[in-house]
Design a protein around this ligand. Structure first.
Ligand SMILES: [Zn+2]
Length: 303
């Protein structure tokens, strides 16, 4: 896997540099490259040098995940892989949430009501992955971003999307910087400790990576607002769309419920009033999703 991404890095760098004259690329995706650049711009000395060793390979095959690749003796940088549809899904999900947030600003009930069909359509598309990918390939999903730059709803969607992608990257960078990916580190040791302890450690690693991503996000965002703080919670809600039991932990991951509650407490440390507001909005959206999908989740896992 590492080889495949390194090859991709080399090819991309060679092609791109031949007409842009830049030497360092942090991803083969321009948008992700710009997010890493943001992190670097806002970081302090030591962190800057570490961040410059990151490379995010975006692979062409579908799959809703991002992964910090275990460290490799032949490459001293930090490799992360993601799939192209994480971008598409988070973009669509940010639009979905933006209808709700925008609707909250409207005093006219009818105008608010008129947003519902769009919201339903986005949700159903999110649940139908095949249709979503087809749509993404046929018509660029980013098209509507160019329609009306001044639209307040689009601004909300863009804020959520940019902050959400930053959080996802920050989480994976966290796995690297917190040394979860050192092949001669934890992995080796974990062979000698009982299985249930290993699971516990994995859970702790996920929370730690979430905390790291959250801190990187709020340090880096220039115009930090409530949407920035909401974005990590929204990422969890999006992941829950593909998990019928967000209240259950798996062998490798803590439950989405616990990750949500952990992130909410990070927001609360930052600003308690905002945390309470975001918790209420999260509840409204999650409840709406569950009603619309006729009780998709068996529990109100977010409560
Ligand atoms: Zn993780």
């Amino acid at each position: 896997m590492a080889q495949k991404i390194l090859k991709e890095q080399e090819d991309f760098g060679n092609v791109t540099n031949s007409y842009l004259g830049r030497e360092m690329w942090y991803s083969n995706d321009f948008f992700i490259n710009s997010l890493i650049l943001n992190f670097i711009t806002d970081a302090e000395d030591d962190l800057v040098n570490e961040l410059k060793k990151i490379y995010v390979g975006v692979l062409g095959n579908p799959g809703l995940d991002a992964e910090a690749i275990n460290m490799d003796d032949e490459f001293e940088g930090y490799l992360i892989k993601t799939h192209f549809d994480i971008d598409i899904q988070l973009d669509l999900f940010s639009h979905f949430v933006s209808y709700h947030l925008y609707g909250m600003q409207l005093s006219d009930e009818r105008a608010r009501f008129n947003l519902l069909p769009e919201m339903c359509e986005k949700l159903l598309l999110l649940m139908d992955k095949e249709a979503l990918l087809k749509k993404a390939i046929l018509e660029d999903v980013h098209d509507d971003l160019e329609v009306d730059i001044k639209s307040p709803r689009l601004n909300i969607a863009t804020d959520l999307f940019v902050a959400g992608m930053s959080f996802i990257l920050g989480h994976e960078i966290g796995h690297h910087f917190l040394k979860h990916t050192e092949s001669n580190g934890r992995n080796l040791v974990s062979k000698f400790i009982p299985t249930d302890v290993t699971y516990n450690q994995r859970y702790l690693d996920e929370f730690a990576a979430d905390d790291f991503g959250f801190n990187l996000l709020i340090r880096g965002m220039k115009k930090r607002n409530d949407n920035t703080l909401f974005a990590p919670l929204i990422v969890i809600l999006m992941l829950a769309l593909y998990d019928k039991h967000p209240e259950e932990a798996s062998q490798y991951h803590p439950s989405l419920r616990d990750r949500y509650l952990n992130l909410l407490s990070r927001v609360s440390e930052h600003n308690e009033a905002i945390a309470l507001t975001l918790q209420r909005i999260f509840n409204d959206i999650a409840t709406w999703i569950n009603h619309t999908l006729l009780g998709y989740w068996k529990t109100e896992w977010w409560k």
